[in-house]
Design a protein around this ligand. Structure first.
Ligand SMILES: [Zn+2]
Ligand SMILES: [Zn+2]
Length: 463
């Protein structure tokens, strides 16, 4: 599996330009004599990386892109004087114009000209981002109680937590230089000393000091950062994920008071579709969106039906693989970093289907993990579609229904892990059913009851 992926992705990268290649970390060359007949490979990893705080189910699956389009074209914009305009073909047409003319409307009540928000403006990762929280829906506040580790410690022994952040290890020396005692417990310092540690002014001190490694620095231009600043500055300048994680521990997070977690500029929430704003729809379960579409379509005028249906069809097309994979309970607004690995993997799979790539080998590691048995059919449907788009799939799985659906089965056993290095059997499901060697044969023809995870099976769905 690893070899297939490494060799496949190496070929994929070879096909890219040198420029692109330099920007992608390349896998090591597979340690085997030769690997033949492999197309470019993309693996859908069993453990997708944790999405950043800006990713939501809607952005990851791209369903939110279509929702933004729906809101800009089919919505009821509000003029600066608070008059609601009914959705109309004219509005939809104005929204699809380009340049200066795009979105320019005239209020039929007060006659004022104004611009209605475009699909781009509904994006919380760019134009539409709430100005208070920058589109994350959360605000963070420095938690003062976390700045001092333990009042009984001396500064020398690490009482100030933020001074142990990378690049701040000389801060105790600077404080000492400025007259703060660093060898008495923090609680015994004078109010003035404590205040200097917590709130002292940012200032450069010319001083000599001995580093932890025994090096002496003469006339070192040391910039003093108090305990607060050390956190704020680190947060602004640290690039590494590990450092940011440590920094994050100094903060407490709460829902943004301006957008109330919607991530969007509040004025964007005034525009409604079917009586709901974009945040309300983003918080609906995905499984309820087809019914919402029907509701909205029923309210729209006849001359808007054709174009509205076309936009909604795009949304449903985006949505269907997610529903097939049993993700109907998620919402578009759900943060990516709160999803389980299985959920992330399925969103990734649904998105892959949407990109309509062709001629690619997908290497999938146990896509059925965490999937409700009722959704295995949906998974098979999605896998079949990928094959129909002209791709090949190598899937490692233990699920009998998935194994039965393969074009080719490679049975590897007799056990898992190190004991499972031998190919026991290979063939179509029908051929395997005839073969007495096969350990999975009884499961395929249902003469034996299934007990999970006894055989590792590789199966191939191919073009
Ligand atoms: Zn008006
Ligand atoms: Zn906000």
């Amino acid at each position: 599996m690893g070899i297939l992926y490494e060799e496949g992705s190496r070929r994929y990268l070879d096909a890219l330009s040198t420029y692109m290649r330099r920007r992608i970390k390349q896998g090591s060359q597979a340690n085997v004599e030769s690997v033949k007949h492999i197309p470019s490979a993309l693996a859908l990893r069993q453990r997708p990386s944790v999405p950043n705080e800006r990713a939501t189910v809607g952005t990851m699956s791209e369903t939110f892109n279509v929702l933004r389009l729906i809101f800009s074209r089919l919505g009821s914009p509000v003029c600066p004087n608070g008059h609601y305009l009914k959705p109309s073909l004219e509005i939809a047409k104005a929204m699809s114009k380009s340049g200066e003319e795009m979105g320019q409307l005239t209020c039929p009540v007060c006659g004022e000209k104004f611009y209605a928000p475009s699909a781009e403006e509904f994006a919380f990762n760019s134009d539409g981002a709430c100005e208070e929280c920058g589109g994350t829906g959360k605000v963070r506040q420095l938690d003062e109680s976390k700045l001092i580790v333990d009042e009984n410690l001396t500064i020398k022994d690490g009482a100030v937590a933020s001074w142990s952040l990378p690049g701040r290890n000389f801060m105790p020396n600077v404080a000492e230089h400025a007259g703060v005692r660093i060898d008495v417990p923090f609680k015994d310092l004078t109010a003035k000393e404590k205040d200097f540690v917590l709130n002292g002014p940012e200032k450069k001190y010319k001083m000599d000091f001995l580093s932890g490694t025994g090096r002496v620095f003469h006339d070192f231009n040391a910039l003093y950062e108090n305990a607060h600043q050390a956190v704020i500055r680190s947060a602004q300048t640290s690039k590494s994920e590990r450092a940011q994680k440590r920094i994050a521990e100094f903060f407490t997070y709460s829902t943004c008071p301006v957008c109330h977690g919607s991530r969007l500029k509040p004025k964007l929430l005034k525009q409604l579709v079917g009586g709901k704003n974009i945040n309300e729809v983003a918080n609906m379960q995905l499984g309820n969106l087809p019914a919402w579409r029907d509701e909205v379509l029923a309210k729209l005028p006849d001359d808007m039906q054709k174009m509205s249906k076309a936009v909604f069809n795009e949304m449903i097309e985006n949505l269907q693989p997610l529903l097939d994979l049993g993700l109907d309970y998620l919402t578009m607004a759900r943060s990516g970093n709160t999803l389980s690995t299985g959920e992330l993997q399925r969103i990734q799979l649904a998105r892959t289907l949407r990109t309509e790539t062709t001629g690619v080998l997908y290497v999938l590691d146990e896509p059925s993990i965490g999937l409700h048995p009722a959704n295995v059919d949906g998974l098979i449907k999605v896998l079949r579609k990928l094959v129909a788009q002209g791709n090949s799939l190598v899937v490692v799985d233990h699920n009998v229904d998935i194994i039965k659906a393969a074009d080719q089965i490679i049975e590897i056993g007799p056990r898992s892990g190190e004991l499972g290095g031998k190919i026991l059997d290979q063939g179509t499901p029908d051929e395997i059913k005839q073969d007495k060697q096969s350990l999975i044969r009884p499961y395929l023809d249902s003469t034996a009851k299934l007990f999970a995870r006894k055989v590792a099976t590789k199966l191939i769905l191919s073009k």
